[in-house]
Write a protein that binds this ligand. Structure first.
Ligand code: GTP
Ligand code: MG
Length: 295
């Protein structure tokens, strides 16, 4: 029996969360086309007859102006420092840049085997895949290379079997019937935040936090009240939309997905509140559950 941790690291938008969900065959982490979607570590447990892999998704590594970004980077660094294998996930459609270099330098310091995962090959011609892998190969001695499509691929047995070989021998570290250790209210809040990310543009997605304030089951219906926080009145107006149309759309999309997660009917009440500069306030960031590492 082998068991251990594999971290998914990389620059924002590389497809880390998409890969985590594909590996455990369950949507544990929210996904969007906006960079800096994931804000904290998210674990997904995969059990095979002879191994347990604890995959850990991390926030995209990217220096930024807000304390929130600083804490997200620290969270990623902290995860990376304590695992058995690192997947460096890169967006194969984008050229190697300073963002990749930053990630690579961080990953090198961990001193554990690193797999280069070249993602989004569904959008790449074959010859580019090879050229891209060769260019990465020159920069670091990676233990393994995997060109993948986290979005379209369904069989990851090759990656999983190879990862197991790098894990130490030992008993499972988590219960074998558990896929996620994420608190349910956090998963609900993240689903709502994902719909905000999908429905809004520019600064609004980045300035949004979501907190579930109440959850109660009454006559088979889960009643949930959640607050959507933004930093400015203008952002609040965008989120509410004309005659409440935008928040209504977000609520409708979220409600469906939360109902599927909880397997009950759901009554979701959302309200929008301004919390000025929450992204630069330590206590606020912590209370929303982002970037778990304390300063
Ligand atoms: N075409 C294609 N798109 C992909 C693939 N994997 C992920 N994406 C898309 O890339 C975008 C970013 O995906 P995420 O999984 O949220 O990326 P991430 O690395 O977790 O991003 P952060 O949390 O912001 O660091 C989304 O629009 C995904 O649908 C892939 O294999 N092919
Ligand atoms: Mg992510």
């Amino acid at each position: 029996m082998r068991s251990g941790f594999a971290a998914l690291a990389g620059r924002p938008n590389a497809g880390k969360s998409t890969l985590l969900n594909a590996l455990v065959k369950e949507k544990l982490a929210i996904v969007s086309d906006k960079p800096e979607t994931t804000r904290n570590e998210i674990r997904g447990v995969l059990n095979t007859p002879d191994a347990q892999i604890i995959f850990t998704d991390t926030p995209g590594i990217h220096p930024g102006a807000h304390l929130l970004q600083d804490r997200m980077n620290k969270e990623a660094a902290n995860v990376i420092s304590g695992v058995d294998v690192i997947y460096l996930i890169t967006d194969g459609t984008r050229p190697y840049g300073s963002a990749d270099e930053h990630v690579l330098n961080m990953v090198k310091q961990a001193g554990v085997p690193v797999f280069l995962i070249l993602n989004k090959i569904d959008k790449l011609p074959k010859e580019k895949v090879l050229a891209n892998l060769t260019s990465w190969q020159k920069r670091f001695t990676f233990s393994e290379f995997f060109p993948i499509s986290a979005l379209e691929q369904t069989d990851f047995s090759d990656l999983i079997e190879t990862t197991i070989k790098y894990l130490p021998e030992g008993d499972p570290l988590f219960p074998t019937d558990m896929v996620s250790d994420e608190p349910i209210d956090f998963r609900i809040a993240e689903i709502i935040r994902e719909k905000v990310l999908h429905c809004t543009e520019e600064e609004v997605p980045h300035a949004t936090a979501v907190l579930v304030e109440q959850r109660e089951v009454k006559d088979g219906v889960t009643e949930i009240r959640a607050v959507v926080l933004v930093e400015k009145e203008g952002q609040k107006a965008i989120l509410i939309g004309r005659s409440g149309r935008m928040i209504g759309k977000i609520s409708g999309l979220a409600q469906k997905e939360i109902a599927a997660l909880l397997k009950t009917r759901v009554d979701l009440e959302l309200y929008v509140k301004v919390e000025e500069e929450w992204r630069d306030r330590d206590a606020k960031i912590s209370s929303y559950g982002y970037g778990n590492i304390e300063q």
